[in-house]
Design a protein around this ligand. Structure first.
Ligand SMILES: NC(=O)c1ccc[n+]([C@@H]2O[C@H](COP(=O)([O-])OP(=O)(O)OC[C@H]3O[C@@H](n4cnc5c(N)ncnc54)[C@H](OP(=O)(O)O)[C@@H]3O)[C@@H](O)[C@H]2O)c1
Length: 356
């Protein structure tokens, strides 16, 4: 990445206190985009590295932004919870297929698990949590917790404020999603394509791209597989997960998801129909007060380049809709590796009860 976003630690320690620091924590998938960010957050929150276990497919070293090196050991078996001796809490920053097996295996073994994949999000018995919105779900107990889809988490933050103030009737979300939403392979593919477009010589072998087309200088108007009805997997997740997080199974949601050649931060243009008349001043006040949201007064903001590496969801372009007093529009940008993934998971962990 061009900038080292990992060194930004303004919100530390995110509620991580002395009792949390006594926990033995594992990050599975520590060498990926999300796992590495979680290691950075734990380090910035003062978690002792002697009580942090990093695992991935391959063994090696993980280098934090401050050049601190952590050992990474290979995951011996995708089902064997015995290979996590003494671990109290595990973050699974792993592909869905792996999380589907490993999450329940670890939970049955007594480990608290926060899974960042889509494997368990829609299970009725598994809380799907954005702490600022439905943190009370954590009191349901159990040992397996799901972290939402990155675009869903970013859109849900301001939508929860609109729901509270005026009631949501209908939501349309259009996303502009960064390359790193497809993990390190996405970033590597974009970097390679941009250098090739710029005429850089001696590029070496082209990395395998996770995208459906060349992303450099392009927009790809569907993310993940597209089903027989023309709906992409990402769009389905946004619809289903927004309903679950907002506690509104009846909510009308439409989504279009697009990949754009941005390194980091997902953006969403959101159009809303409300149940009650909208008072824009009251809405802006509520957004400005809401934890985890930064209201952006810039008429041409917020933008991913400036929001990368920050904690809040940045909300701007708040305006009336053209469908009468019960309609409004806004634009939101969030660092999807932080609030859309690692930071949200870390906030969930910090809210789980621990022995004191
Ligand atoms: N990127 C985002 O913005 C984002 C946002 C929200 C949620 N998520 C979800 O978070 C999870 C991680 O995403 P990511 O973007 O960090 O992906 P990534 O950069 O591709 O990293 C994947 C990690 O999983 C490890 N892994 C893969 N297969 C494994 C196996 N069989 N055994 C052990 N480790 C294995 C990889 O280890 P090796 O390097 O050794 O292969 C790597 O550490 C995914 O479920 C993704 O959908 C991502």
């Amino acid at each position: 990445m061009a900038n080292d976003y990992r060194t930004r630690t303004a919100g530390a320690p995110w509620g991580w206190d002395e009792a949390h620091k006594r926990l033995h924590v594992a990050i599975v998938g520590a060498t990926g985009a999300v796992g590495l960010e979680l290691a950075e957050l734990l380090f910035a929150a003062g978690h002792p590295l002697s009580r942090l276990d990093c695992l991935a497919r391959k063994y090696g070293k993980l280098e934090l932004g401050n050049k601190q090196k952590l050992d990474v050991r290979p995951l011996e078996s995708t089902q064997d919870a015995e290979s996590f001796p003494g671990v109290d809490l595990a973050f699974l920053c792993t592909p869905t297929e792996l999380s589907r097996v490993l999450g329940p295996a670890l939970a049955e073994h007594g480990v608290r698990v926060i899974d960042l994949s889509s494997a368990h999000r829609m299970r009725p018995d598994v809380p799907l949590v954005v702490p600022e919105i439905n943190g009370a779900e954590l009191a349901r107990g159990g040992r397996l917790f799901a972290n939402p889809n990155c675009t869903t988490a970013i859109a849900a933050m301001p939508l929860a404020v609109v729901e509270r103030e005026f009631g949501l009737a209908e939501v349309i979300v259009v996303s502009y999603q960064a390359a790193s939403g497809a993990g390190l392979p996405g970033l590597q593919a974009l970097a390679f394509e941009q250098k090739r477009d710029a005429g850089v010589a001696a590029l070496g072998a082209e990395p395998k791209s996770p995208f459906a087309a060349t992303l450099s200088n392009n927009v790809i108007p569907a993310i993940a597989e597209v089903d027989e009805h023309g709906v992409s997997g990402e769009e389905q997740k946004i619809v289903e997960e927004l309903r679950k997080i907002l506690g509104r199974p009846d909510l009308v949601v439409e989504a279009t998801t697009a990949r754009v050649p941005v390194e980091r931060c997902h953006s969403v243009a959101v159009h809303v129909a409300t149940k009650r008349d909208v008072d824009l001043r009251r809405l802006k006040d509520a957004l400005a007060r809401a934890p985890g949201i930064a209201l952006d007064p810039d008429p041409h903001g917020p933008r991913p380049r400036e929001c990368a590496g920050t904690d809040p969801v940045h909300v701007g372009r708040v305006r009336a809709g053209t469908r009468g007093p019960r309609s409004l529009c806004f634009f939101a940008v969030g660092d999807q590796i932080r609030k859309g993934a690692a930071l949200n998971a870390f906030q969930v962990a910090a809210k789980l009860p621990v022995d004191r």
